[in-house]
Each structure stands twice: as structure tokens, then as C-alpha cells.
Write a protein of this length. Structure first.
Length: 225
């Protein structure tokens, strides 16, 4: 029996992309394999936590012993997240689509020769991380976001932790050359904001597998409790 530092803790994790329907056969999405979020769910469960994993469409096996809620759109994801509250820790690893189509077509939009392309009118999706971070009631005591950036990683992540109102941010460089996106390894920086002083500390981790990032993050959470 391994040590269970998160026994008695309830952890909510989001993972994967969201799909925003255009019509019954088309959608808008971000690139996301869901691997990092699933790995965190597995590591948290191994550490003894009760885990609720809210996942967008992914092609991964469900981690054992985890309560998985499958969703499609950002709005569905927000509802599933809110339904899971209260939790002790919330980790938002999903790559939520920023925009959705204003009115979803009830039928497949047909391509017609010689006709102009249909315009897509977009509207903003709810920001799940910011919504939960700024809640008055049932705000989880520890809210962790992710920041995938292609440049100015630490500056952008520092701005994001303040703007979103979360406590920690796991920041990673996803420039195509890194091979992180869809790959099996990850190079991350953990930004933690001190609850009293508001001061932000940055910890740069060595490159490691997404499983090891998950285990390291879970250990870090356990030692902060
Ligand atoms: O703003 P950006 O998408 O870069 O922020 C990334 C963080 O915010 C991630 O933790 C992601 O899961 C979360 N997020 C969210 N809802 C959105 C957009 C991002 O929860 N609509």
C-alpha cells in the first residue's frame, strides 16, 4: 500500500478539448489530447483522493477508480464542474474553446456551387477557471490553472494567474518545436501565489513525462495542505 497523502480530499480535474458545434457534423475545437489531465487524475487517485474528472472528447482509457463525466461543449463543461462542487482542490487542465458559434445549425450546412461561403458568427464561451476562481460560495480552497504559451511564458502566466484569480498556474511552452502538444513529455514551470502577500513564486521543473508532471504536481499539492 502506497502512502495516501490526499486521502479524504475531493479533487476536480478538467481535461481534453471542448467541441463547439457548427452544425450536426462540424465543430470548432482546440488541440488537446487530454493526456496531462488524465495523468493528474490517475496520480491524485493513487494518492488517495476522491477524483471527479470532467473530460471533453478524447481518445483515452478512463483512469481506474475515477468518476469521469463526459462533456462536449464549454457550457456543458462549466455545468458539470459546478455540479461537482464543493471540492477541496480544482485543477483546470482542459483546453476550452474560447468561442462558440452563435446559432448552431439544426441541419448540415450544404455547400452550394457558386454561392458565397456561410459566415460564422462567434460569441465568447464562459471562462471556467475564472468563473470558479471568483466564486463567492464554494470556491475551492486551491484552484490550479494551466497556461500553454508559445512565447513570454512566465510573463504571460503571471498575468494569467492574476487575471483569472486562481492560486497556482502550471505553465508550459507549447511552441511546435517542443513536441509537447500531443506528445508524452512536458517541460513546466509552476507559479504559486502566496495567499497573504499575493507574491508569485516560480519553480522550473526539469523536462519529464506527463505522468511524472502529474505525480510531481500531486506531491506538491499534498505538501501544501
Ligand atoms: O486563457 P487561457 O485559455 O490561456 O487559460 C488557460 C487556463 O484557463 C487553463 O487552465 C484552462 O483550462 C482554463 N480555461 C477555462 N475556460 C476557458 C478558457 C480557459 O477554464 N473558457
Amino acid at each position: 500500500q502506497r502512502p495516501q497523502p490526499l486521502k479524504g480530499k475531493r479533487i476536480l480535474i478538467t481535461a481534453g478539448p471542448t467541441h463547439e458545434p457548427i452544425d450536426p457534423v462540424r465543430y470548432i475545437a482546440n488541440r488537446s489530447s487530454g493526456k496531462q489531465g488524465f495523468a493528474i487524475a490517475d496520480a491524485a487517485r493513487s494518492a488517495g483522493a476522491e477524483v471527479i474528472l470532467v473530460s471533453g472528447p478524447v481518445e483515452l482509457d478512463e483512469p481506474r477508480g475515477v468518476d469521469v463525466k463526459h462533456v462536449e461543449s464549454a457550457r456543458d463543461m462549466l455545468s458539470a464542474v459546478e455540479a461537482a462542487l464543493p471540492v477541496d482542490i480544482a485543477i483546470f487542465a482542459a483546453a476550452v474553446a474560447d468561442w462558440r458559434v452563435v446559432s448552431e445549425g439544426a441541419q448540415k450546412i450544404k455547400k452550394k456551387a457558386g454561392e458565397a461561403m456561410p459566415p460564422l458568427q462567434l460569441t465568447e464561451n464562459p471562462d471556467i477557471l475564472a468563473t470558479i476562481s471568483k466564486r463567492g460560495t464554494n470556491r475551492p480552497p486551491l484552484v490550479i490553472g494551466f497556461a500553454a504559451e508559445t512565447e513570454h511564458l512566465i510573463d504571460n502566466a503571471t498575468a494569467k494567474i492574476k487575471r483569472k484569480g486562481c492560486d497556482w498556474i502550471v505553465a508550459n511552452d507549447v511552441s511546435p518545436a517542443t513536441g509537447i502538444m500531443g506528445g508524452d513529455s512536458n517541460t513546466v514551470n509552476l507559479l504559486t501565489r502566496d495567499k497573504e502577500s499575493g507574491e508569485i513564486a516560480v519553480d522550473s521543473w526539469a523536462p519529464m513525462s506527463k505522468e511524472d508532471v502529474a505525480v510531481t504536481l500531486v506531491a506538491r499539492i499534498a505538501s501544501s495542505l
